[in-house]
Every structure is written in C-alpha cells, then in structure tokens.
Design a protein around this ligand. Sequence first.
Ligand code: COA
Length: 151
Amino acid sequence: MEILELKKDFPLDLLLDADPNQEYVEDYLERGQVFGLFDQETPAHLIGVYVLLKTRPGTMELVNLAVREAFRGQGYGRMLTQDALTRAKEAGMRTLEVGTANSSLGPLALYLKCGFRMTHLDLDFFRRHYPDPIFENGVECRDMVRLMQDL
Ligand SMILES: CC(C)(COP(=O)(O)OP(=O)(O)OC[C@H]1O[C@@H](n2cnc3c(N)ncnc32)[C@H](O)[C@@H]1OP(=O)(O)O)[C@@H](O)C(=O)NCCC(=O)NCCS
C-alpha cells in the first residue's frame, strides 16, 4: 500500500462519491493537492483519494475523502485521514480542518475517532449550495459540521 500525490488521471467518479457537485470537485482539484492510495502503482489499483487545500496561513482543509465502495470498512479511510494529518503537519501547518454533513454519520465517526473536534455548524449549507434535497441515513443533509485538529 502506498499513498502518492496524483498530478493527472484524477478519479472523478470516486471524488464525486464524497461531493456530488462536480463544479466544487473541479475547483478543489485546481486549488489543492490530490493524494491516492494504491495497492499497486497503476490507476486501476486506486483504492481511495483525498484532497488537501491550503485555506489560510497555517491552515489546510481535508476535502473529498473517498474510498472505493468495495474497500470500505477496512481501515483505508482512517489511513488516508492520518496521512492528511501527517502531510499537513510536515507542510508546517498548525491546523487541519474538515467539514461533513449532519447526516454523514460514517464520516463523522471517522473524523472524531481520528482526533478532530467539532467547532461549529454552517447552518443550511447544503440547502443553500445544492439544488436538490439530499437524504442519508434517513436524515436530511442540511447543515455542515465543521471540525478541526491542532497539529
Ligand atoms: C467515509 C469513508 C471515506 C470511510 O472510509 P472507510 O475506509 O470505510 O473507513 P475506515 O474503515 O477507515 O473506518 C474508520 C473508522 O470510521 C468508522 N466508520 C466508517 N464508516 C462508518 C459508518 N458508516 N458508520 C459508523 N462508523 C463508521 C469506523 O467505525 C472506523 O472506526 P474503527 O477504526 O474504530 O473501526 C467511506 O465510507 C467513503 O468513501 N464514503 C463515501 C464518500 C464520503 O462520504 N466521504 C466523506 C465526505 S465528508
């Protein structure tokens, strides 16, 4: 297993699993660094992905974390999150932030287990930014939960 920076061949299908808005995903790809988890170094062997964005002095944000469906529940999401924390720290950042939906119970559990703390809610973020209502786990995806971790 290795996590490598991707400069091309971005896995759009997988990135859209984490955020269905293609415009936002393309913006992240342009502004951020993309990292992929491979079991062999070919695009066909990409298991998961995330993007690191520099947002403010000393602060990066982890966005677009996704693991291919067949590989979920095996620790790869945690591995990618830990990698993002390590890379942000090595880049001299003091804080890593992440945001997820009030309805994304899996990602919320993952981020909390990786040491992130909830700071606030961006109320109605998903109603304001996504044209159609989204439901997950029987809950409307409505507010963005903001989390951060000191590095
Ligand atoms: C969220 C996602 C990246 C997690 O990846 P994963 O490889 O399945 O996660 P892991 O196996 O590393 O799980 C890490 C921890 O999170 C918890 N977790 C993950 N998914 C969970 C779920 N659906 N419900 C409850 N807990 C969950 C696990 O309990 C695990 O804890 P443990 O290590 O103590 O067992 C993956 O489900 C995914 O790609 N989802 C679709 C895209 C997405 O929603 N991205 C997040 C955008 S904010």
